[in-house]
Structures are given as structure tokens and as C-alpha cells.
Design a binder for this molecule. Structure first.
Ligand code: FAD
Length: 481
């Protein structure tokens, strides 16, 4: 990967000659910043990094890459957790970073829509929406780092999916530079448009394999005037799911988050900082972080209080935040659990889903199977269970030598995915396939799905120059059988 084959050297020289001088970075030190993802688990040094300032510049760049047959991988904030955005193709790839295309082009509070360039950091886009008294409801831990193009390319989920849907549900239009440099302009804010195939859907969740997204039109919503947050302790995941079902009915569908955390996750959070005490009077096996929000005349606090009082057969203890600061402290538990769970080292991340009604059975069957087959594995279980999505992660025991991690991760992932298969679930609810979930995905995908997927890839990127070897195997790997 690091040695440039002469052909690539020549192609890069031709590319540099054809493009503005400051478009391409290629000195080794500068490339480091684009070589490792957030987790630190995935590293790949690109041949060079292109940082276009406009769609036109990217279009010219891609036309050159197409002519010179240079492999390219688009990159957003590098928070994707499946190794998709770092260079990895044998022989080398050029990273296209969208970081300089980062403007919010417009927020229209009458259309309830905003148009954002792909390199805009999610949190920045959210700030602009709020300045217009609206919200962009894509919300999760990496929002200060990930970029809108990455969010669309991974069809990101997060805490608010149960109310507002996945990113796909929020996209009204896209602008995309294709593998041959042509620009597909579908950047519209129309709510209804049934003219022919809805081509934008192809690029959403495609993980950069079909085109490079340069701008996105997104739905925004009225900013809630009230937000209430509660943390409750329960006996079991089963009880949490019953609470969820009741909350959907009794809270007038005003829930915006319903996050499950098993006790170990709370312990990880409270042990991670001195200023984060155990949140309830005593430990409970299961916790749920509930958020509800509303605009208009609803008395949201009274609604949440009476809902929780009526659920005393399920809720063992709980606290409703008295202020935004207190609400933020409850969310900090969730955030710190995610940050501290690996003790700074490697751990297995899974991101699976089952139907909501199967979630309790899935968790109990998986934890039993893990305890039986791999009692040394430390399971950390939490998730956006209002969407049937759970992260069941495996942390190695402290005394395990690092060279044994991969064996543990592989074996425990198999256990988790076996139970997922039995429940007809998905091995990737949010993070996508990238490179690291590819084998598990291909093993399970039915032949017709794969055939149609390959045809779509061939139609949009016939030379397989874009993000080759992510989701589907590379042409070279296929030729080698
Ligand atoms: C702490 C933490 C919490 C997270 N929580 C969630 C969560 O709750 N829900 C969730 O869904 N995800 C979550 N993630 C995963 C991640 O943040 C999302 O997948 C995010 O959408 C990735 O955005 P990014 O800009 O970092 O993309 P990158 O990591 O840079 O790229 C991701 C993929 O998209 C492609 N890509 C990037 N930009 C473009 C573009 N402009 N055009 C075409 N392809 C492109 C890349 O090639 C790559 O395949 C979390 C990650 C972390 C670290």
C-alpha cells in the first residue's frame, strides 16, 4: 500500500499537472490526518488527498481520475466504524475529502428544508437549523465530527429515529458527482415528486460506492419548545420493551429517544469520571433513558410524570430532569459509556437489529449463549431499542493478551450473528458494511440481491474506481476467485 507502483506514480503526476496546485496533498505528514478512522482500528495511507472547493472542481478531478484509471475513496469525518473511508485498495487510492465543501447554503423555515454541502459537520448544520427555529433531527455521539455527506452515505440513524426516521427519510434531494465526473443534479426540496425512478435513493446508504455526494437537501422540523428527559431503572429488558410499547401509546407519540442501557454500561460511565455519580439510589439490571419533546400547548412534563406514575408496575425507580443542565447530565452517562467502554483499547462493535417485539428475546438468548461459550467475554449492551437496534459489544478481559483479541472477536461475533439470523434480523442496523462486515454480509445475502447490486455498481461505476472492495468484493478479488 505504501510503496507507489510506477503506474500510480505516473498517473498521480498527470493528475497533479491537470488540477490546481493546492487541490492535492501528497506529503507523508499531511496524509496521516486522513489515514486513520475515529476508532483507531482502521488505518490506510492514501496515495494523495484531494480537497475540492466546489462541485465543479470535484467534477473535473473525477473526470481526470476516470481517464487515468485512478481509484478514489470519498471521506467525511472518519467516524464510520466499518473501515469504509480509509484508503485500502491494493495499489493505492486517492482520498477525496469533502472538508472544504462545508457551507450551509440555505435554511427555509417555510419549506422546512435546508440545503447543506456534503462536508458540513453535522453539529454545524444542526446549529444553522436552530438559528431558524427548526431542528435537523439527526442526533448521535459523533455529531461534532461526522459530516453530512458521510451521514447520507451511511444512512445514519441515532437517537431520534423513532420519531423522525433514518437519514434516508430526511433527504429531499442530492447533488452527486459520478465516477466519470458528470454531475447528477437532484438537489430539490420538493416534498412530492413522482417523476420516474427516485435515483437519489441509490446513493443514500451506498457508502461512497456509487458516486460522491456534494450537497444535500434535508427536511427540518419545528424546534420543540419543551424537552423532557428521564432515566428509569427496571428489572429486565422485557420490562423495558413493555414500557416502550406503553410510552408510544400514552405519550401522544411525542417520544424522541428511548435508549436502553444494561447495568454494566452505567458502571462503565460512572467509573469513567469522578463527577458522574450513580444516577439512581441503588443499582438496577436495566436502565432506559427517555426523551420526549413537543412544540405547542401540551404540558409535556405533566404527561411524562403521569405516564411514569402509571407505569409503577414496571418502573422500579426513576428521575425526571428538572432542567436542561440535569437532562444533559443524564445524556452524559450514555455518552461516557460509549467513550469509555473499550478502556482505550480494541473491542468488538456490533450494530444489529431485530423486530422490536423480538428484542428482549434476542438479548437474553445472546447473553446466555455468550456466557456459556465465551464466559471470559465482557458484553456491553445498549441501543436505540425503540427501533429494535442494539449494540452488543465485546470487551476483552483485562488480562487477555492482545494477540488473542481477534480470535475472541470472531468467535463472539459468530454467536451474536447466529442469534440474529434465527430472529430474521440485520447484522448492520446503522453502521453499514464497509470492509469489516463484508464477509458476514456476503455470506447471508441472497444471490439475486447480490446480482442486482453488482449490476447497479457496474452501471454507475463500470471501471470500479469508487470505493472498490467496500460492500461488494472488488473486481480483482472476483477475478482471483
Ligand atoms: C461515538 C460514535 C457514535 C456513533 N453513533 C452512531 C449512531 O447512533 N447512529 C449511526 O448511524 N452511526 C453512528 N456512528 C457511526 C458514524 O458516526 C456514522 O456512520 C456517520 O454517518 C459517518 O459519517 P462520517 O462523516 O464520519 O463518514 P466517514 O466515516 O468519513 O465515511 C463513512 C462512509 O461514507 C462514505 N462517504 C463519506 N462522505 C461521502 C460523500 N460525500 N459521498 C459519498 N460517500 C461518502 C465513505 O467513503 C465511507 O464509506 C457513531 C460513530 C461514533 C464514533
Amino acid at each position: 500500500m505504501n510503496a507507489h507502483p510506477p503506474l500510480q506514480e505516473r498517473a498521480l503526476a498527470a493528475l497533479s499537472a491537470a488540477m490546481p496546485a493546492d487541490l492535492l496533498l501528497s506529503d507523508a505528514e499531511a496524509l496521516e490526518r486522513y489515514s486513520r478512522d475515529w476508532s483507531g482500528d482502521h488505518y490506510g495511507k492514501p496515495l494523495a488527498v484531494a480537497r475540492p472547493r466546489s462541485t465543479e472542481e470535484l467534477s473535473r478531478f473525477m473526470a481526470c481520475c476516470h481517464e487515468l484509471k485512478i481509484h478514489v475513496v470519498p471521506q467525511g469525518g472518519l467516524t464510520g466504524l466499518v473501515g469504509g473511508a480509509v484508503a485500502s485498495f491494493p495499489g493505492g487510492e486517492v482520498v477525496v475529502s469533502l472538508e472544504r465543501m462545508n457551507k450551509v447554503r440555505s435554511v427555509n423555515p417555510i419549506d422546512f428544508a435546508m440545503v447543506v454541502e456534503a462536508g458540513c459537520i453535522l453539529e454545524e448544520a444542526k446549529r444553522h437549523a436552530e438559528a431558524a427555529d427548526c431542528i435537523l433531527p439527526i442526533t448521535f455521539g459523533a455529531q461534532g465530527t461526522c459530516r453530512i455527506g458521510g451521514n447520507v452515505s451511511t444512512n445514519a440513524g441515532g437517537f431520534n429515529v423513532l420519531r423522525y426516521g433514518m437519514t434516508r427519510d430526511l433527504v429531499l434531494g442530492l447533488e452527486v458527482v459520478l465516477a466519470d465526473g458528470r454531475v447528477w443534479n437532484g438537489l430539490r426540496t420538493l416534498r412530492k415528486d413522482n417523476r420516474g425512478y427516485d435515483l437519489k435513493q441509490l446513493f443514500i446508504g451506498a457508502e461512497g460506492t456509487l458516486g460522491i455526494i456534494t450537497a444535500v437537501a434535508l427536511k427540518v422540523f419545528p424546534k420543540p419548545e419543551q424537552v423532557e428527559t428521564a432515566l428509569v431503572g427496571l428489572e429486565s429488558v422485557e420490562a423495558a420493551m413493555q414500557l416502550y410499547s406503553r410510552a408510544r401509546r400514552q405519550c401522544s407519540d411525542l417520544l424522541t429517544a428511548f435508549e436502553l442501557i444494561l447495568r454494566r454500561g452505567i458502571e462503565i460511565a460512572v467509573n469513567s469520571r469522578d463527577d458522574l455519580p450513580d444516577p439512581l439510589g441503588q443499582p438496577y439490571p436495566v436502565y432506559v433513558l427517555i426523551e420526549a419533546s413537543a412544540a405547542g400547548r401540551v404540558d409535556l412534563r405533566a404527561l411524562l410524570e403521569s405516564f411514569l406514575a402509571d407505569a409503577s408496575d414496571l418502573v422500579l425507580d426513576g428521575v425526571i430532569a428538572g432542567s436542561k443542565v440535569q437532562g444533559d447530565r443524564l445524556w452524559l452517562l450514555r455518552e461516557m459509556m460509549v467513550e469509555a467502554q473499550g478502556r482505550g483499547g480494541r473491542y468488538l462493535r456490533t450494530d444489529v437489529s431485530v423486530s422490536i417485539s423480538s428484542l428482549a428475546a434476542f438479548v437474553s438468548e445472546t447473553l446466555s449463549a455468550l456466557a456459556e461459550k465465551h464466559p471470559e467475554a465482557i458484553a456491553v449492551t445498549y441501543g436505540h431499542v425503540g427501533d429494535g437496534n442494539i449494540h452488543l459489544n465485546i470487551v476483552p478481559p483485562e488480562d487477555m493478551p492482545a494477540d488473542q483479541y481477534d480470535t475472541l472477536f470472531h468467535a463472539t461475533e459468530e454467536v451474536i450473528f447466529d442469534v440474529i439470523d434465527r430472529h430474521g434480523g440485520s447484522i448492520s442496523a446503522e453502521h453499514g458494511i464497509g470492509r469489516i462486515k463484508q464477509a458476514a454480509f456476503l455470506k447471508r445475502a441472497d444471490p439475486l440481491t447480490l446480482e442486482l447490486s453488482r449490476r447497479i455498481k457496474d452501471a454507475l461505476d463500470p471501471d470500479h474506481l469508487l470505493s472498490e472492495g467496500r460492500i461488494l468484493t472488488s473486481m480483482r478479488a472476483e477475478a482471483e476467485g
